[in-house]
Ligand binder design. Structure first.
Ligand code: ADP
Ligand code: MG
Length: 602
């Protein structure tokens, strides 16, 4: 059995559950996976998805404490498989260690059903595809019984699993369960996350006889975008922006669906799907957030689903008991691909700006299609020489000679409240530019350019060695990508030493060893989930506050040529849409809004 490396565990034809031999079982990251109803639902729904179900219903009673029932229309199990599926390390999805390298199924450890059986009363009814008879296994019986009426008759095949009285025999665990309502919320969140990975599958939750979730496959041209929107936009009317990108070597495919104009106070609305598996990977989250750092205010996070496809051998899924974390073979490449995909989206679309409406709360400025020249992609290289200080004292107001930017066709209207520069743009829009925010952006990019390219490295003649506690080695390893991203080239040397071979050019070399030690210290004390990489942040703060100090302020009076030249310079920036701290520089109000306000349209 072990030598049969050609087995295709995910293929229905060869599905047969076997108990893994100890050599294989021992190498699988095991762990107690059942904590609460949501974890039962997650495991069982994953099994339904692995069985290619297209319709999955979850029924809960008392938040799942009394009953969790999952019904699917997947390929089902034969009677002998039913009897084996509840054994520990019994699985049809994996046979040998080699299979671990090409796992496509969500499960592979053969532990979930055994774990559920250990903490609840379990019964499983199933009828396999192509067989006449349904069978039921009711633990503690070890034999499946033929069932001649009820579920799965006629043409239906599939599986129904019931777990009753979760933790009723284990009071110590039972007391950690929350009120039914919040257990249901957690179940729903897990279902939604799984639903994002399979837009063609219908998902339903019925809790105490009420339907609390009903996700139907969409018949639109992009069902995946439709599903993401359904789950992430909280019912709001936001457009979904989609962008795809394949790495140059073809090894990483990334696709993002961004709910444009919507932001959340939590990172929970950043969903990650890697090879069909929903994850909470810190590295990926970090890559998304670092791209958004200058596009959203602190404490605001985007709503976005990110899909990555890599060769399965490039991803180790066997690192975490609930499989919500993975390890990438080439993690810095993954980081960079995600970051540049998201950065490109932000540069192209601008970041969300909300304009208050008089009566109905908020509206989002419309996303203008790329066909309209007004919001064409800004030039990628800011022209350094053209960005000069604008303050009255040193300004020599001459109109920029190459003003081919989004507002070059627009009519300059004037300045409102000595603060907002107003343009009437083709395409029926009033465009307002905050003079302070705009100048801050321009100054920031100028200063940044003077500081040199942050990624430009300086090689050290003699590498600097910094020691760390041996037991933190794994943590140091996990932070190498960060350091690399900040412009440090370093590698682990021996058991407890980090060797720096080059540093960012802006760092300089005075007291280098001490500063590198501090850097590593800080890196180790910083949670990987923090939204901003550390060193870049220090430099960024310095530049941003310097930019703020030396900028024109709201209320400072600008002459028309100064205002126009500021706008020209703004659109030569890499990130024209926000000031360095994420406040919007530009707000667009479509003419139809005026018509609504003045009741010209009903
Ligand atoms: P794993 O998913 O890691 O293989 P589980 O304990 O979750 O382990 O399930 C054990 C086996 O039971 C699976 O490998 C699969 O063959 C079978 N199984 C479980 N649930 C279903 C289902 N809903 N439909 C068909 N087969 C199932
Ligand atoms: Mg499973």
């Amino acid at each position: 059995m072990l030598s049969n490396t050609n087995s295709a565990p995910n293929n229905r034809q060869t599905q047969k559950i076997e108990v893994l031999p100890p050599v294989v079982a021992e190498r699988i990251a095991a762990g107690e996976v059942i904590e609460r109803p949501a974890s039962v639902v997650k495991e069982l729904v994953e099994n339904s998805l692995d069985a290619q179900a297209t319709e999955i219903t979850v029924i809960l009673e008392d938040g799942g404490k009394k009953l969790i029932e999952i019904i699917d229309n997947g390929w089902g199990m034969s009677a002998p498989d039913l009897e084996r599926c509840v054994l520990r390390h019994a699985t049809s999805k994996l046979r040998t260690l080699d299979d671990l390298d090409r796992i496509q199924s969500l499960g592979f450890r053969g532990e979930a059903l055994a774990s559920v059986a250990a903490v609840a009363d379990l019964s499983i009814l199933s009828r396999p595809q192509g067989e006449k008879q349904a069978h039921e296994l009711r633990l503690p019986d070890t034999q499946a019984q033929a069932v001649t009426f009820g579920h799965f008759h006629g043409a239906n095949h599939g599986t129904r699993i019931r777990a009753q009285g979760l933790f009723s025999q284990i009071p110590a665990r039972l007391k950690f369960l929350k009120a039914a309502r919040s257990e249901v919320t957690q179940v729903r969140e897990w279902m939604e996350r799984l639903a994002v990975t399979r837009p063609a599958v219908g998902f339903r939750i019925v809790s105490d006889d009420r339907t609390v979730l009903d996700l139907r496959p969409s018949s639109t041209s992009d069902p995946e975008a439709a599903r993401v929107r359904q789950i992430l936009s909280d019912g709001g009317d936001f457009p979904v922006v989609t962008r795809e990108h394949t790495s140059l070597d073809g090894s990483v495919r990334a696709r993002a669906h961004w709910i444009h104009g919507f932001s959340s106070p939590q990172t929970r609305k950043i969903l990650q799907v890697v090879n069909g598996r929903v994850l909470r990977d810190r590295l990926i989250q970090q890559a998304v957030l670092s791209a958004f750092r200058q596009a959203l205010l602190p404490g605001q996070f985007p709503a976005m689903a990110l899909y990555l496809e890599l060769d399965p051998s490039q991803v180790d899924v066997n690192v975490h008991p609930t499989k919500t974390e993975v390890r990438f073979l080439n993690s810095s490449q993954v980081f960079r691909e995600v970051q540049s995909l998201v950065e490109a989206m932000i540069a192209e679309q601008g970041s969300p700006v909300r304009v208050p409406e008089t009566s109905k709360g908020w509206f989002v400025p419309p996303v203008v299609s790329p066909a309209v020249p007004l919001w064409s992609t800004p030039p990628t290289q800011p022209a350094a020489e053209q960005i000069s200080l604008l303050r009255a004292a040193d300004s020599s107001p001459e109109i920029s000679s190459s003003p081919s930017h989004p507002l070059s066709e627009a009519r300059y209207v004037g300045i409102v409240f000595n603060t907002y520069i107003a343009y009437e743009a083709p395409g029926e829009e009033l465009v307002l530019i905050d003079q302070h925010a705009a100048h801050e952006r321009v100054r920031y990019e100028t200063l940044r350019m003077r500081a040199g390219d942050l990624n430009q490295s300086q090689e050290l003649l003699i590498p600097e060695a910094v020691k760390f506690p041996v037991e933190r080695r794994l943590d140091v390893e996990n932070r190498l990508v960060w350091l690399e991203d900040l412009g440090f080239a370093c590698e682990i040397f021996g058991e407890d030493t980090l060797l720096f071979r080059s540093i960012p050019a802006v760092w300089g070399t005075s007291a280098l060893r001490t500063r590198l030690r501090n850097l590593l210290d800080r890196a180790l004390n910083q949670e990987l989930t923090d939204s901003t990489p550390l060193m870049d942040e220090v430099l960024f703060e310095k530049l941003a506050s310097e930019a703020c100090r030396s900028s024109v302020f709201g209320g400072d009076r600008l002459l028309e040529p100064e205002a126009r030249s500021l706008v020209d310079k703004l659109f030569q920036c890499d990130h024209p849409w926000n000031c360095p701290h994420g406040r919007p520089t530009v707000v667009r109000i479509p003419a139809v809004k005026f018509e609504e306000w003045f009741l010209r349209r009903v």
